[in-house]
Ligand binder design. Structure first.
Ligand code: AGP
Length: 613
């Protein structure tokens, strides 16, 4: 049973149940097919678990509350097997003394389970997590930290766990091995969580555990150590986001809020990275200096999903600005295709969360083969950020909706900045061009605001496609890269089937699917490719397609003659157009999903952070 889940834990002086529930709500994006809490009450260790959304657990706890000042909680997303109460966390051993919440995979759990069964342990679930609680109970000899350490040494895999035992209810134990985990530090109270927003309401001071580290937590302090038991000293990390940033701020959904945050996110991602005279990019803390950049001969951009689509724009940006050959790859494919990685290869991994298992595995493989790795990520302290040689943090702020929007556009901004910085180092772009591009970039936030102000027009477009079974996105060059993202966005939240095609490729087979009334969304923002795309639009129209053009200002008069409906995006440099043309596509996906009554922020079958391969 594989999982990617949210963990929260509390030990302090307050009632733990509401704190655990609030924390789980903030983590629901990590998984939401079942949830549970374990609290040490006057009756000992007590557990409540329910299948489905967290509201089910809340209802259950309203009926049968758990009172106690120490507890752990979990929200789960299964990748195999049915979500069920038995498979939900927290799990316990058969004596009901040790409870565990877990994120990740124990690869050798079947072996361990067999050994334990021979010793008389009885199991209730199909999960690997239950094995952990039994293993800890079997190792317990009066010191829970020692028992956890011994158990962990027998486990193979990638995991984060939090442990609460009735034997020692005045401490929690937390362990991290390749799945994120943090410890929040309060006054007379401490927290454990798989992600910062879960505890932000209570404290801003956190310890970020590294792989192979664990924490023994009491109400008054935390002892940090390696899983071998060696004490470690660690600096506290102060979180300066406000909680409002992680909440909906009056929008109906996180996704809509996050789409609207893009102008701010563009500005934040550029802030401090453009010289005061506007003529150069500055990366004050990037180890990838101009000297180092001059040594790079090839680039691999590796990521998943939307982050990969940003990388596809990044490929165009890097190749056009620096002329360095750049390839893009699905992170899940990269390792297995024996990529040609040389010491002068720069591998750029792109990841909003910085915790995507496939991306992390690709990063590790690239490093193993001697490449320098640059991460473009949104999460400071994430695994990707910590393991890469260099990091560019996008300043999107926490992204809660499963469908990624502001992370994508800030990844584009990061690629533009990197491309210009690199071009300057190589002398591949005249200084005047760099200054002109930077000026155009600084106009993007205001231009995106203008698009957002036309939300009602885009809503009408979305309503016109929402009842269709299937549709197509077409474009050439950068427009094709954006078409891929528009199509993914629509699929993941509206569940309408769509495909993105390089406009010129349509006639090589897929045109057979175009029949009367099939919507085709055609991106036309690239002046030099525009005539060509227009002929593909005409081919589709001749077969009955209903074409919606997403067209750059200046190209609209001509396009108007060929398309059925059109949305005009403000004029910018062709290279920068994706940062604007994607915005109406995000809104089309959003409003189509709303029209169809779907749960926009938590689409079926998906989770925000995919920490399993
Ligand atoms: C985007 O809308 C998706 N939910 C998904 O494709 C996502 O971009 C992908 O899983 C990668 O996530 P990351 O950026 O956190 O690595």
């Amino acid at each position: 049973m594989l999982k990617m889940c949210g963990i929260v834990g509390y030990i302090g002086y307050r009632d733990s149940q509401p704190i655990l529930l609030e924390g789980l709500k903030k983590l629901e994006y990590r998984g939401y097919d079942s949830a549970g809490v374990a609290v040490f009450t006057e009756h000992g260790l007590e557990i409540r678990k329910t299948v489905g959304r967290l509201s089910n657990l809340e209802a259950r706890l309203r009926e049968q509350p758990l009172r106690g000042t120490v507890g752990i909680g979990h929200t789960r997303w299964a990748t195999h097997g049915k979500p069920s109460v038995a498979n939900s966390h927290p799990h316990t051993d058969h004596t009901f003394k040790v409870s565990v919440v877990h994120n990740g995979i124990i690869e050798n759990y079947l072996e361990l389970k067999e050994e334990l069964m021979l010793k008389g342990h009885r199991f209730q679930s199909e999960t690997d997590t239950e094995v952990i609680s039994h293993l800890i109970a079997a190792e317990y000899d009066g010191d829970i930290v020692r028992a956890v350490r011994k158990a962990v040494r027998k486990m193979r895999g990638a995991f984060a766990i939090a442990v609460l035992t009735e034997y020692e209810p005045d401490r929690l134990v937390a362990v991290r091995l390749a799945s994120p985990l943090i410890i929040g530090v309060g006054e007379g109270e401490m927290f454990v969580a798989s992600d910062i927003p879960a505890i932000l309401e209570y404290t801003r001071d956190v310890y970020i555990l590294n792989d192979g580290e664990m924490a023994a937590i009491t109400r008054d302090g935390v002892e940090l150590m390696t899983i071998e038991g060696n004490p470690i000293a660690k600096e506290k990390f102060h979180v300066d986001w406000d909680l409002m940033t992680a909440e909906k701020a009056g929008f109906e959904h996180f996704m809509l809020k996050e789409i609207h945050e893009q102008p701010r996110a563009y500005r934040d991602t550029m802030r401090g990275r453009i010289a005061a005279d506007g003529r150069d990019v500055v990366f004050p803390d990037l180890g990838l200096t101009p000297e180092r950049l001059r040594e790079i001969r090839r680039v691999h951009i590796v990521a998943c999903g939307t982050a990969l689509h940003a990388g596809m724009v990044g490929k165009h940006v890097i190749e056009r600005l620096t002329r360095i050959p750049t390839e893009t790859d699905y992170a899940s494919e990269y390792r297995y295709r024996s990529p040609i990685i040389t010491p002068d290869t720069l591998v750029i991994v792109v990841s909003q969360s910085g915790e995507t298992a496939d991306t992390l595995a690709a990063l590790r493989e690239a490093k193993r083969q001697g490449a320098r790795v640059l991460a473009i990520t949104n999460v400071i302290g994430s695994s990707v950020a910590r393991e890469a040689d260099d990091v560019i943090i996008t300043q999107a702020g926490p992204e809660i909706a499963v469908a990624s929007t502001k992370a994508y556009t800030t990844q584009l901004i990061a690629f533009y900045l990197l491309g210009l910085y690199w071009a300057k180092a190589l002398g591949t772009l005249p200084d005047e061009e760099i200054a002109r591009t930077l000026a155009a970039m600084q106009a993007l936030p205001e231009q995106a605001e203008r698009i957002l102000a036309q939300g009602d027009d885009i809503k009408a477009l979305a309503e016109s496609i929402a009842r269709h079974q299937s549709l197509f996105f077409i474009g050439r060059g950068l427009d094709f890269a954006v078409a891929l993202e528009g199509s993914l966005k629509l699929k993941e939240i509206s569940y309408i089937h769509s495909e993105a095609y390089a406009a010129g490729e349509l006639k090589h087979g897929t045109l057979a699917l175009i029949e009367e009334g099939v919507p085709v969304i055609a991106l036309m923002t690239q002046e030099e490719l525009y005539e060509k795309t227009l002929s593909n639009v005409k081919e589709a129209k001749a077969r009955g397609a209903r074409v919606i053009g997403i067209v750059s200002e200046g190209l609209d008069a001509e396009a108007a003659k060929s398309v059925d409906r059109m949305f005009v995006v403000p004029r910018t440099l062709p290279l920068l157009a994706p940062a604007l043309s994607v915005v109406p596509l995000q809104l089309i996906a959003y409003y189509a999903a709303v029209t169809l009554g779907h749960d926009v922020d938590k689409p079926r079958n998906l989770a925000k952070s995919v920490t399993v391969e």
